[in-house]
Each structure stands twice: as C-alpha cells, then as structure tokens.
Design a protein around this ligand. Structure first.
Ligand code: IMP
Ligand code: MG
Length: 181
C-alpha cells in the first residue's frame, strides 16, 4: 500500500505542534475580539482543516464563511493571478472580518483579497495565517495572527496540497522536490 509520507522528506511540524499553535491563535483572537463577533472567512481549500480546528478554539461568538480563490493551478510557483471561484455568502459591510489562510508565501493572493474585501466596507479586516514563508514575500503584508514561519520549501499536509494531494496528511511535511520537479 502506498504511504503518502514516502513522497516527503519527513515531518516538519507535527500534529501536536500544530494543535498547540492553533490553540494559541484561538486564544489571541478570543482576547482581541472579546466584545465583538467576527466573521471568520476561510480560504478554500487549503485552510479548511485549520479553520475547523481554529473556530473550536475561539470562545467569542463568530460566524463562518468560505471563499475560494485560485492563484496557483497545479504549479508549485505563484502565477501572480487571483481568481474568485467561490465568493462569500455573507454581507460583510460593518463586520469585523478575519481571513483565515493556510500559508502566506508571495502575499499576492492575500493582498488582492484584502483589496477586494475592503471595497465591501467591513468595520475591520485582519489576517490569520497558520504558516508564513517570509523569504517568499513579494508584497508588503503583515498578518495580525501568525502560527509559525516555515522555510522556503514546498510543504504539504494539514490541508495543504500539491496538485490536490496530501491534504489528508495529519502532519505538515516537506515534499520531496522530485515530486514537483
Ligand atoms: P501567495 O499568493 O504566494 O501568498 O500564495 C499563497 C497560496 O499558495 C496558499 O494559500 C497556498 O494555497 C499556496 N502555497 C504557497 N506555498 C505553499 C506550500 O508550501 N505548500 C502548499 N501550498 C502553498
Ligand atoms: Mg493550494
């Protein structure tokens, strides 16, 4: 039987480490939004597992919504284009929005998204990203909430994919370069 871990160079961040990080982020958000009721907007598909775990660590009332944007196709490098595949169901005018993203790399996806969502006049808009690749940044972007920095390598698992695979790995692993070469 094929083992998904065989395509990786091993575990970078274990499920236990991820759980601790997500718990900390939930606490930070709960404290900052103590008197508010944020709309948590998850960016599909990569952030779906993070979103599910994060909202259960948030103790203030919140609503959830999903958006699907695409900038990568099946390639491991950014194309610099962002396309809305599924828009929000919620009207975010006057709402406190938290964008829940799996990983910040070039920042192109998120900066486009922030621009688009800002036009809808939310009361506030902040980014919560689980992972950040500081070496990859091409635009000036600072997430209000960040799980942890990761090296400039292609990682998969815990929702993150390569060509739609590996999302179901419970740990975050570094993909072997020969898989995407
Ligand atoms: P950005 O516009 O370059 O910041 O693109 C961020 C998006 O690219 C994320 O939401 C991911 O879908 C994808 N991405 C960037 N780096 C990785 C990675 O190491 N593994 C899996 N997906 C990644
Ligand atoms: Mg992706």
């Amino acid at each position: 039987m094929k083992n998904l871990y065989d395509d990786t160079k091993g575990v970078l961040i274990s499920r236990e480490e991820i759980a601790a990080i997500v718990k900390r982020l939930g606490k930070e958000i709960s404290e900052d939004y103590a008197d508010k009721s944020p709309v948590m907007v998850s960016i599909l598909k990569g952030a779906f597992i993070f979103m599910a775990d994060l909202v259960r660590e948030v103790t203030v009332p919140c609503s959830i919504d999903f958006m699907c944007v695409s900038s990568y196709g099946n390639a491991a490098t950014t194309s610099g284009r962002v396309k809305i595949i599924k828009d929000l169901d919620t009207n975010i005018e006057g709402k406190d929005v938290i964008i829940v993203e799996d990983i910040l790399d070039s920042g192109v996806t998120l900066s486009h998204l922030i621009k688009m969502l800002s036009d809808r006049k939310p009361a506030s808009i902040k980014i919560c990203t689980l992972f950040d690749k500081p070496e990859g940044h091409k635009v000036d972007i600072t997430p209000a909430y960040k799980g942890t920095d990761v090296p400039n390598e292609f990682i998969v698992g815990y929702g993150l994919d390569y060509a739609e695979r590996y999302r179901n790995l419970p740990d975050v692993c570094i993909l072997k370069p020969e898989i995407y070469a």
